[in-house]
Design a binder for this molecule. Structure first.
Ligand code: F0G
Length: 429
């Protein structure tokens, strides 16, 4: 989506946006998405829908930085789990929702690994402006997320299959029934997700960091981030663009395979589409399906693949894969030294650690890892990591190649006896 910037009132410098904060009694200035409306002006601001999204935090996390190998003062965590539905999805949902309403839609649908559906369900339930229809793969969605969709009253359709199957079906169904589709194939979603980068810059007092590190699933975020920086540079609002690192789970690594192994690139808008088709054909022939504890990014065919490789070009990006073991160890570090996150989010921290160990990211660089989802989204993975119950550990994690929990904080079992309880506390504290 391109704007005719020369005919629009674009701020002369990024700090002009700070004036909006002084008017935070106005919901569109309070919103961490719509206070940047000048940079996503596809619907007049007074018609934009907000539920208070984007009140997020860029947190300097030296403890996690030490784990990653970054010098004190250099590692930041961008907590998108602080959004109303507990994930970054609300940034894009407020934008897609606003567009949907502007074209008079009454129903909206999405396929989801859980967070998009929670977000859509929340916007529908809070605003009462549309009805939500969500498609999820059966058994493929963490309980925290499923509970949200059910609680917010969305029509929840469980497809026997995975995210890719649900995605294919929701496209057919929304076309057939004329339902507005809010998956990140929808370009307005990406417009909203650009604001994650604007808030990172805002928190750094408009200084550009060296690296943005983000988990890669359907590749909406990475595409949106590339577009955000492309436009800021084009408008002369920044003088340089940070580098981008996109982190796949090793069990869902389409982007890593195609970009890093096969060397696929944007090529001025003419990427090798045949190579992508070949890759998917081989995947289907070998019956290879994505499988990772980071269920949010358990995706075979990322819908924003082309936009993402363009972002990689704009931001001189790299792609890495990390194992479920690395993801859960990184997640435990984030939990112990910050506000916590769900497994997919921790891929960014695990990926940053890998890139530092390879020497691609320098210890003295300024790095922002995007924590995409709240700690409470997937309690099963967290409890299984910290548990003393070997059976539970094996059932949830052993089958995924996770064999140790180096940073586990195990509960101490004590009989209901005052002396025993006091003894245990003295022993362990
Ligand atoms: N992290 C979390 C917590 C997610 O929920 C998702 C995607 C991603 C990362 C990947 O982001 O798609 O922009 O590359 N979740 C989608 C969903 C697929 O249905 O909720 P991406």
């Amino acid at each position: 989506m391109a704007y005719a910037w020369d005919r629009l009132p674009v701020p002369r410098k990024l700090s002009d946006f700070e004036r909006k904060w002084s008017r935070r009694y106005d919901p569109h200035c309070f919103s961490g998405v719509w206070r940047f409306h000048d940079l996503l002006p596809f619907v007049p601001v007074e018609r934009c829908v907000t539920v208070g999204e984007g009140q997020t935090l860029l947190h300097l996390a030296d403890g996690v930085g030490r784990y990653v190998g970054i010098n004190p003062g250099g590692l930041f965590l961008q907590y998108e789990g602080m959004n109303p539905s507990g994930s970054f999805k609300d940034n894009g949902m407020s934008a897609a929702f606003s567009h949907a309403r502007s074209v008079g839609a009454e129903r909206a649908a999405c396929a989801s690994t859980g967070n998009t559906s929670a977000s859509l369900a929340l916007y529908c339930s809070v605003t009462r402006l549309m009805k939500a229809v969500i498609f999820v793969g059966s058994g493929k969605i963490a309980y925290g997320k499923l509970s949200q969709a059910l609680d917010y009253g969305a029509l929840t359709v469980q497809i026997s299959g995975d995210f890719d199957d649900a995605m294919a079906r929701v496209k057919e169904v929304s076309k057939e029934l004329g339902i507005y589709l809010v998956n990140s194939v929808n370009p307005f979603r990406l417009e909203g997700q650009k604001t994650i980068m604007f808030r990172v810059l805002e928190a750094l007092r408009w200084e550009v960091p060296d690296w943005i590190v983000v988990p890669g699933g359907n590749l909406g975020n990475s595409s949106a981030f590339g577009k955000a920086f492309f436009e800021l540079k084009q408008l002369g609002l920044i003088d340089r663009v940070p580098r981008l690192a996109i982190i796949n789970a090793a069990g869902a690594n389409t982007l890593y395979e195609l970009v890093e192994k096969q060397g696929l690139s944007w090529k001025q808008g003419d990427p090798d589409g045949a190579a992508v088709c070949r890759y998917y054909d081989e995947m289907d022939a070998g019956q290879r399906r994505a499988s990772t504890i980071a269920s949010a990014i358990e995706i075979n065919r990322p819908v924003n693949f082309n936009k993402c490789i363009r972002a990689i070009e704009v931001m001189d990006g790299v792609v890495r894969e990390v194992t479920d073991q690395q993801i859960l160890d990184a997640k435990a570090q984030v939990g112990a030294g910050g506000l916590g996150c769900e497994p997919a989010s921790a891929a960014s921290v695990a990926g940053a650690k890998k890139l530092v160990s390879e020497g691609v990211i320098g210890a003295d660089e300024r790095v922002v890892c995007i924590l995409t989802g709240h700690q409470l989204k997937d309690p099963t993975a967290t409890v299984a990591y910290h548990t003393t119950d070997q059976e539970l550990f094996n059932k949830v994690l052993g089958s995924r190649g996770v064999h140790r929990a180096a940073f586990a904080n195990r509960a101490v079992a004590v009989s209901n006896d005052l002396d025993e309880i006091i003894k245990a506390i003295q022993l362990y504290s």
